[in-house]
Design a protein around this ligand. Sequence first.
Ligand code: SAM
Length: 259
Amino acid sequence: MIGRSEEYAKMFELEGQLWWYRNLHERVVTALERQFGDRRDIQILDAGCGTGGMLDFLRRRGYTQLRGIDGSTDAVAFCNERGFSVTFLDLTTLASFEPAIQYDAIICNDVFCYFTESELPPLLLALARRLKSEGILVSNNNAFSVFEGQHDIAVGILRRFVLTDFEQLMPPTGLRIQRATYWSFVLSPMILLMRRWQRLQLRLGWQKPENAQSDVYLPSHWLNETLYRIVRTEQKFMSRTPFGSSLFMVVSSQHPSVK
Ligand SMILES: C[S@@+](CC[C@H](N)C(=O)[O-])C[C@H]1O[C@@H](n2cnc3c(N)ncnc32)[C@H](O)[C@@H]1O
């Protein structure tokens, strides 16, 4: 994704409006409130913060101690435009970033898919080390390879995950999955059909991989609102579902003294 300026521009423009981002941001705040109640002074790091939509949502919800890191100059520039002074940093070097500082919450949404098999365990360990003893890591990730489509090509996703991947990856780093759910379960048939159609178009040569477009586009107002209401209702009434194109997890530090 890094270097694809047009994808950052789309994300910056649409993440405040698009049903998917709106619900993701609400899921994150719900997780923070479950852990920290009404506290708005918790130290939060958004690792791989993109164009700052999550940080902006948190700021509007009253959170005051917000930090961001991203390895893209486009992302950092868009965050600056929102008034956030985020740090340009490759997360593979997270261990060297302000090593004395620990956070109550680290958010890492849709970032792990850019890390190889050998890069991911050290990243998880580095994140674990930056959590306070009661801290949580909140992370959304692309799920199930059946959902691969043009979006994956357009934003350069290396892999998709299932929960068992993280159940194996987390314990050696001292992290423990508190809660996890796939989403959107209700919309998964529609998303699956769309992605399969995209893959068929690619296989038949009707669509060139170099012209692949991400799913970051705004549908009509009524469709956007309908999809938003569906995912919000799912979030409210189905706390854990077995299938969906994303995997949302709340992870805590297993050993308060992981160093
Ligand atoms: C799909 S975007 C998600 C952005 C944001 N977390 C969100 O939910 O909108 C992935 C982000 O991870 C960043 N990223 C990917 N690899 C990275 C790395 N090695 N170091 C730092 N940031 C990285 C990209 O620049 C991009 O902003």
